[in-house]
Design a protein around this ligand. Structure first.
Ligand SMILES: Nc1nc2c(ncn2[C@@H]2O[C@H](COP(=O)(O)OP(=O)(O)OP(=O)(O)O)[C@@H](O)[C@H]2O)c(=O)[nH]1
Ligand SMILES: [Mg+2]
Length: 370
């Protein structure tokens, strides 16, 4: 066969191989579906369980000095190294616990064993678990809160590494100059932990389903939540950023609609009520256009109270939403009612934009004076 033809055949084979390998329909593609949360693309997971195991300590060593002309040197067994810790660190760059769906076991490195010639074992490396700022870490068995990681960079040792064992040098005494004793390293701590995320938002939107919370969020920020004329359109908390012209911006959290019994787990709201726990201001959105505005308000109020009494002491503004389809007289009466119970209200139309600028100004003032 001519040399040129042989080369062509080889190239043809190589091309065929690449074509098959690259376009083989059997090859599996791993596609992780990502859902939208506010204006950031990510899946929202706010609870997870995970296992941590710190490294065991290395064992101490039994060894004796043996050198030329020193046939009976003393003990020289080194200590074992300490096991690594599992350290949890909060980061403001993370916003979801989705990573825990793919990894739920975190183990630190064990300490190395001690060796002869007084060589101590190396300490095991720590295992660092990064979690979003605002995560609460609990013991999965007892439900006891171990730490609330509110600050960016705050850290917590979730499992302590075991101490290294002692080498035989520690056991020399007048009576026993050749100790054949060393201790084993301690076991590293291990446990199952629970992590709950409480969003760090400044303003929380609460109200019955369909009150217009998501429409309001889309007006106040660049967030693009789903809006529709049926209850429970919002299935997971949504965040948006409200920029003020002369001061720092604030984060607004829209949680799924609450209904009667939400504090006992009815509907979706209960799972998400914790996300408004840390907010400084609550915007209680009510639909002012129908005759049940006040009973609706009372329903949500009592759910907030049942969930956490302190929520009622928080600065609250009642948003009389849907002012575009509500008579002025009715709005005035509602305002009177809320004033009579010591609450500030503001007629707003999240749909048409009526009074949205006034609401932004009010929030800027409250935010700066808080
Ligand atoms: N006329 C009028 N309709 C509004 C206004 N605000 C919201 N809506 C409508 O009310 C319906 C519900 O609005 P959403 O913003 O989805 O209500 P939501 O409170 O987020 O509801 P859930 O997510 O189910 O809790 C939609 O059809 C909106 O277009 C308003 O100011 N005026
Ligand atoms: Mg909504």
């Amino acid at each position: 066969m001519p040399h040129r033809l042989k080369l062509d055949l080889i190239f043809l084979k190589v091309e065929f191989f690449f074509a098959f390998f690259c376009f083989n329909p059997v090859r599996k593609q791993i596609n992780i579906k990502i859902t939208s949360c506010g204006d950031e693309s990510m899946a929202f997971v706010d609870e997870a369980k995970f296992y941590v195991k710190a490294g065991d300590g290395g064992n101490g060593c039994i060894s004796f000095r043996r050198e030329k002309y020193v046939p009976k040197g003393g003990p020289n067994g080194g200590d074992g190294g300490r096991g690594g810790d599992v350290v949890i660190i909060a980061s403001q760059k993370l916003h979801s616990l989705i990573d825990f769906q793919y990894r739920s076991h975190f183990k630190a490195e064990r300490g190395m064993h001690g060796q002869g010639k007084d060589m101590h074992g190396r300490k095991g490396k720590n295992c660092v678990v990064t979690v979003p700022q605002g995560a609460v870490i609990k013991d999965a068995q007892t439900d006891e809160v171990l730490i609330d990681l509110c600050e960016d960079g705050e850290s917590f040792i979730a499992a302590r590494g075991g101490k290294g064992g002692l080498g035989n040098t520690h056991f020399t005494s007048g009576a026993n100059r050749t100790p054949r004793i060393a201790t084993d390293g301690e076991k590293g701590e291990e446990k199952w932990l629970k992590i709950e995320l409480k969003l760090i938002a400044d303003v929380g939107l609460v109200g019955l389903p369909n009150a217009g919370k998501s429409t309001l969020l889309s007006r106040l920020s660049a967030a693009n939540p789903k809006i529709a004329n049926y209850p429970f359109t919002t299935l997971e908390p949504q965040l948006g950023v409200l920029h003020f012209p002369y001061s720092e911006s604030c984060i607004i959290a829209d949680i799924p609609g609450l209904i009667e019994g939400a504090s006992d787990g009815v509907g979706l709201g209960h799972n998400f009520l914790r996300h408004i726990e840390r907010t400084r201001i609550l915007l209680h959105v009510v639909d002012a256009s129908h005759e049940n505005t006040v009973p609706d308000f009372k329903t949500i109020n009592s759910e907030l109270e049942k969930y956490k009494k302190e929520l009622l002491d928080r600065k609250r503004i009642i948003i009389l939403n849907k002012s575009d389809i509500t008579e002025d007289k009715r709005l005035a009466n509602l305002d009177k009612y809320f004033k009579s119970i010591g609450l500030q209200s503001l007629p707003v139309s999240a749909k048409s934009g009526h009074n949205i600028d006034a609401l932004k100004e009010l929030l800027a003032t409250l935010f700066n004076n808080h």
